[in-house]
Design a protein around this ligand. Structure first.
Ligand code: UD1
Length: 334
């Protein structure tokens, strides 16, 4: 089974590529390397011993995407290509709407033109917004997002739902990611943020590496056990395996289905810092800082639906996430 994997050289996409190969499927990567590097393709070869075909294209460009469908018998698409920096999306919203929506529309048009019926979309728990109480379940309302990045995820979900409603041959699976962290255990692929990291785990690993002086903990007065924000951190390899399960589901169903990819366990900022210290024997200097605008107190997944319908569960521990994330950080500064 050939799978077009957009954004396949990125943090999440590259781990999905590995798990597709582990499952005996054939990924074909489309990426413009705008936030990734071509050497990821060599690293994927080092991990899997498979040369993954890679098209360096902008996924919004219809002729380029059409060529991929013409040259390969694509059975399904996993659509991960998109801009993802929350802060940048606030200062450059039009760039985010243009890119994230255009890529999706082109993919949908080209799927239809070439008779491809299955798509798995890389969405985010951010679509649940700030008004629900965790655990967040797939039946809760969505769309109350605090930034343009999150809104693009929500709008794309709606576009895909409408497309599947109109075209009964289409199968859409929307995967709402919680907080993917860690890296492949080989230490060859992982997350490489541009500039100062916005997300917690890359900031912790860069602090451990001495690149950052100290971590700022954004708020210690939240209604959580230790006052710091609670999130559902999920190992990137578990998350990638969730896509394989979603593809199998999509191949046997029609219409739209939504699944959370999370562990169902909440971890506070300080708990993650201490888990990292314990797993790796390194102290992380930190100080308390103001709350970050747009953050919510507590976010973790309801996991029952994915377990029941996809037969998928996250298996790796917080210790695995901290150990693998640190191994990658050490390799990528070399
Ligand atoms: C963020 C995005 C979310 C996106 C996700 C991708 C926001 C508001 N949300 O989620 O839309 O889908 O990344 O992974 O940006 N923290 C610190 N110090 C730091 C960094 C973070 O204390 O230097 C805290 C945050 O306040 C939060 C937790 O760590 O409580 C996790 O933050 P982060 O890794 O940025 O993820 P989210 O905010 O959950």
């Amino acid at each position: 089974m050939s799978v077009l994997l957009t954004g396949g050289a990125g943090f999440i996409g590259s781990h999905i590529a590995v798990e597709l190969i582990n499952a005996g499927l054939d990924p074909i990567i489309a990426d413009d390397f705008s936030n990734s590097s071509p050497d990821v393709i060599d690293r994927l070869y080092a991990i899997t011993s498979k040369r993954i075909p890679c098209y360096e294209i902008n996924v919004a460009d219809a002729p380029s995407v059409s060529r991929i469908f013409e040259e390969n018998a694509i059975d399904a698409v996993i659509h991960c290509a998109g801009f993802k920096a929350v802060g940048e999306s606030v200062s450059e919203p039009v760039k985010y709407y243009r890119n994230n929506l255009d890529t999706t529309l082109t993919i949908l048009e080209q799927m239809k033109a070439h008779g491809c019926e299955n798509i798995v979309f890389s969405s985010s728990a951010t679509v649940y917004g700030g008004s629900h109480t965790a655990p967040f379940t797939e039946d809760m309302s969505a769309g109350d997002c605090t930034n343009p990045y999150g809104k693009t995820k929500y709008f794309i979900e709606e576009i895909l739902k409408d497309a599947a409603f109109a075209d009964k041959s289409l199968s859409v699976v929307l995967l709402r990611y919680f907080n993917p962290i860690g890296a492949h255990e080989s230490g060859l692929i992982g997350e490489k943020p541009n500039g100062i990291p916005n997300n917690l785990m890359p900031y912790i690993t860069q602090t451990a590496a001495g690149i950052r002086k100290e971590l700022s903990v954004f708020g210690n007065d939240y209604p959580t056990p230790d006052g710091t924000g609670v999130r559902d951190y999920i190992h990137i390899v578990d998350l990638a395996r969730g896509h394989v399960a979603a593809l199998k589901y999509a191949a046997n169903h029609k219409g739209t289905e939504i699944f959370n990819l999370g562990t169902g366990k909440g971890t506070s900022v300080l708990e993650l810092v201490h888990a990292f210290e314990q797993a790796n024997g390194i102290k992380i200097p930190y100080r308390m800082a103001e709350r970050r605008a747009g953050d919510i107190a507590t976010c973790y997944a309801g996991t029952e639906k994915a377990a029941r319908m996809l037969n998928w569960r996250a298996e790796k521990t917080l210790q695995d996430m901290c150990r693998d994330g640190w191994r990658w950080q050490q390799n990528c500064v070399k």
